[in-house]
Each structure stands twice: as structure tokens, then as C-alpha cells.
Design a protein around this ligand. Structure first.
Ligand code: NAP
Length: 338
């Protein structure tokens, strides 16, 4: 690979987000080409590979090892991430892994060990909210000190509906996990403890405990509340407001226009997370491709961030099950992630 040649990418896991990232790498972003593909379903792998002129491989490991592959994108199911991330590190190839980094803290810790032994950062985890222009503007306000030290953050994570297999645990590990990474990044500190409150159930959720109110105690003493409502019907609505000592900063409504008509005004609420975060996904992968092309160590959310998010999610599950305050237990943070 030279500075002018595209980064040649292997994509492992060609389901929903895998195909979306292949589309993004092939037709939206610059400087990348998908050359290798693998999925547990060989027919799907072959079909997706044919669509972009890539080679389908019988295993993820073979795709990673291919001599014409410079970098790897892992978009298979969470339980399989560790094996592909570790294989990428062993091959010395940069790897972008969709969240979760792995589905247990122990597996995340093994990835940390492999990357530390390699000696520099190769792994980036797909926490795309850090690339959302609105959240970046929010972080810029916090970091500027204009609103003083943050004291409280209110978050809303509202989905119009969820599939039948979604459980109250999914609300922590699949939904609130995005706020877990987000607030660690916005506040620049770890989450120390978690509580989960269970309000009256929405009639729209059937037996599901929906909504949940998740409370994070930040290491510096600020409190974050996250309303997770996954059958809100009206759209995909992401809310956020930080209350500082001297002011507040909130996410603005994201619609491009406001319509005033017939005595009222209205704007668009995104239909789903793809619409709300499409720019964030594009920026996230473009910055990753650019960093790989420049031969730089990974700069986005790290293996440590993936590991810490998993530890907080585990505490969240324990808090949900016990209705108690649960202290987050983090492994030791290696110097590589200082
Ligand atoms: P999906 O549609 O089920 O796609 C996963 C794909 O990987 C499927 O084709 C699956 O095959 C395949 N697969 C499963 N195990 C594999 C293995 N060991 N080796 C190779 N391929 C394997 O799921 P998805 O919604 O795309 O999610 C994929 C990952 O992305 C998950 O970790 C999810 O949490 C993450 N994700 C992140 C975001 C985000 O906002 N950052 C959004 C969506 C998804 P089968 O269907 O045959 O099992």
C-alpha cells in the first residue's frame, strides 16, 4: 500500500451493518477498496463479494491472512469478534471492530494483552457517536470550559420499536452501551457505578420492561441519567443535555428545516439509527481509512474503551437484576491506553 493506493480491506460478517460498511467503503468514502469478504453463510459471502468484485474466503482467518489485505473490518456477531481481532493483531493489520469489542470482559482483556504485546494500537472499536457532528460540538463546548464543570447529563435513547427477540438486557448491552461509551468520552473519565430504575411498563412493549432509567455515577461525581425507551413509536429520537456549573449544552433537533403551517410548527424525527447517525458512520470509517493509509496507530475508540464499556455493561446488567447500586470493576489499564 502506498499513500496513493487504496487501503485494501477484508470485511468479516456480511449481515446488516457489514453490508452497510461495504457500501460505504466502496461507494461513499475515498481511499479504500473491499477486496476480501467472509461470512458464516458462504452463499451470502459469495453474493456480497460478487457485488463489489471482492474474493470470498471460507474463513475469517484466511481473509485476514490474505497477502492483498491491508486492514480488517469485523462486523460479525459479538461473540466472534475476539478471534478475528486477535488474528488481525497477530497479522500486524489494523482492525476496525464493530461494538462490542468482545462479549465478556475476560475476552476484552485478552485482546488488550495481544495489542500490548504488539506494542502499538491496531484496534478501533465502532462507537460511532464520537464522530457525530452534534456530539463533537457538544464535547467542544464542554472542553472549552464555557459551561464550567459538568454536573449532570440527561440522555434519551428512544427507538420507535424493537424486534421480538429484544429483552430488557438488550436495553443495556445493545442500546445504552452507546451512552456508556459516549459519556466516558464526553466527560473524559470512567463510570464508577450504575443503577437501573424500572418505571411503569409502556403498553407498546408487551411484556418487555420498557422504559428503563439507567443512572451512571461518573468517577468525578457527576451523575448521568439515560432514558431508554424502545417502543416510543414516533421515531428514533436521541436527546442529550449537559448541565454545567455556569450553563448548559444540549443537542439541537436534527431536522434540516422547521415547517410552520396552519397554526403549528413541525420538523422531522429520524426514522431509525441509520438515518440519525449516517454522517457519524461515514466520518468514523473515513478517518479510520485515512489513518491506516498514513500508517498511523489507531486513534479512535480503543480496545481499552471497548473493555471499559463491557465492564460498565456488566455492572448495568447486575444493577438491572438486583435493583441495587453496582460498582464498576475495571481491569488494570495498560500504559498503551494512557
Ligand atoms: P447481522 O445482520 O446478524 O450480521 C452479522 C453477520 O455476521 C451475519 O451475516 C452472521 O451470519 C455473520 N456471522 C456470525 N458469526 C460469524 C462468524 N463467526 N464469522 C463470520 N461471520 C459471522 O448483525 P448486525 O446487525 O450486522 O450486527 C453485527 C455487529 O455489528 C454486532 O456486533 C452489532 O452489535 C454491531 N452493530 C453496531 C452498530 C453500531 O451502531 N455501531 C449497529 C448495528 C450493529 P448469520 O446471520 O448466519 O449468523
Amino acid at each position: 500500500m502506498s499513500a496513493t493506493e487504496p487501503v485494501r480491506v477484508a470485511v468479516i460478517g456480511t449481515g446488516m451493518i457489514g453490508q452497510d460498511h461495504i457500501r460505504r467503503l466502496s461507494t461513499v468514502l475515498s481511499g479504500a477498496r473491499v477486496v476480501a469478504v467472509n461470512d458464516v453463510d458462504p452463499a451470502r459471502s459469495a453474493e456480497v463479494a460478487a457485488g463489489v468484485g471482492a474474493t470470498p474466503y471460507a474463513s475469517g482467518e484466511e481473509a485476514i491472512a490474505a497477502t492483498d489485505v491491508d486492514a480488517v473490518v469485523v462486523t460479525s456477531w459479538g461473540g466472534s469478534h475476539e478471534q478475528y481481532v486477535v488474528a488481525s493483531i497477530a497479522a500486524g493489520k489494523p482492525v476496525f471492530c464493530e461494538k462490542p469489542l468482545a462479549d465478556t470482559v475476560e475476552a476484552c482483556t485478552r485482546i488488550l494483552g495481544a495489542e500490548v504485546a504488539h506494542g502499538s494500537r491496531l484496534v478501533q472499536v465502532g462507537f460511532m457517536r464520537r464522530y457525530d457532528p452534534a456530539y463533537r460540538a457538544m464535547k467542544e463546548v464542554v472542553d472549552s470550559g464555557r459551561i464550567g464543570d459538568p454536573l449532570i447529563m440527561h440522555c434519551g435513547h428512544r427507538n420507535p420499536s424493537v424486534p421480538g427477540y429484544y429483552t430488557k438486557e438488550s436495553a443495556i448491552v445493545d442500546t445504552a452501551v452507546h451512552e456508556i461509551d459516549l459519556v466516558r468520552w464526553l466527560f473524559g473519565e470512567e463510570i464508577a457505578a450504575v443503577r437501573v430504575l424500572t418505571p411503569r411498563k409502556s403498553k407498546n412493549g408487551g411484556e418487555l420492561q420498557d422504559p428503563l432509567l439507567v443512572l451512571f455515577e461518573m468517577a468525578g461525581g457527576a451523575i448521568v441519567d439515560v432514558e431508554v425507551s424502545v417502543n416510543i413509536r414516533y421515531g428514533y429520537d436521541i436527546r442529550g443535555e449537559i448541565v454545567g456549573e455556569d450553563g448548559t449544552v444540549s443537542l439541537a433537533d436534527s431536522g434540516p428545516v422547521t415547517v410552520r403551517h396552519n397554526g403549528s410548527y413541525s420538523g422531522r424525527v429520524p426514522a431509525d439509527w441509520r438515518e440519525r447517525f449516517i454522517r457519524a458512520y461515514d466520518i468514523e470509517l473515513q478517518e479510520w481509512v485515512d489513518g491506516v493509509a498514513a500508517g498511523q496507530p489507531a486513534a479512535g475508540p480503543s480496545s481499552w474503551d471497548g473493555c471499559a464499556a463491557q465492564a460498565v455493561a456488566d455492572a448495568g446488567l447486575a444493577a438491572l437484576a438486583s435493583a441495587e447500586r453496582v460498582v464498576v470493576t475495571l481491569p488494570e489499564r495498560p500504559a498503551l491506553y494512557a
